[in-house]
Design a protein around this ligand. Sequence first.
Ligand code: ARG
Length: 259
Amino acid sequence: MKKFLKVTAVVMVFAMLACFAACGADDKGAEKGTLVMATNAAFPPYEYKEGDAFVGIDIEIAQAIADKLDMTLEIKDVEFGSIIGGVQTGKFDMGIAGMTVTDERLKSVNFSTSYATGIQVVIVASGSDIKSLDDLKGDGSMKFGVQQDTTGDIYASDTAENGGYGEDNVIRYKTGADAVQALKAGKVQAVIIDNEPAKAFVEANEGLEILDAEWAREDYAIAIAKENTELLEKVNNALAELKDEGKLAEIINKYIPAK
Ligand code: ARG
């Protein structure tokens, strides 16, 4: 028992020392100012994890912006649907998550200038009877898988007169990857998601294909709180510089090589 206590004491001292070192480093970061970005890192090639590291187009753009503002970037990996609310309340400085600019979202937050285009596409099982958009039906004969709170969810869940398939025919998943697994398991017959993640998922999973049709074309931008016009301006300036320097194209080409 005594020995155990001694070992515990030694461990505690080490833990304290480690904490001091870490706190010191943190102080330096605080001096520089921290730029907190919220994302949902299951959306390759925009944001995903390689081991413990966050990688992807949005991560590198955010880092490049933070560098320009001489700030330390902090990444929070959260549910996609909680990003806008967190930006609104100031929990996060900005949301970068392959996020589409929509009128509805513009009621809650501001968006930077757009830095990329997204296209909503449809993934089906190879050899599926669904060959074109015309084969998609909201009559109960098929289920649609989407990532909760994404534009794919919003459009698909809409009523037939608005071009959707009806709430009852849509199954919402936490991530796009989960929706794709449900497609593979036959729980849904189509997944509606952005084109680049769709390509990444189809590449990583056998037996899937993307319909040769565009469901909707959208602009991606960075969400920033309405009050924080100072940051909006800084981010827009940084984005303009990154564009002029060719850095933006370089980052995008790294993850989406031009064919
Ligand atoms: N572009 C879509 C939207 O804004 C999907 C974005 C999902 N992003 C993510 N990191 N999971 O709703």
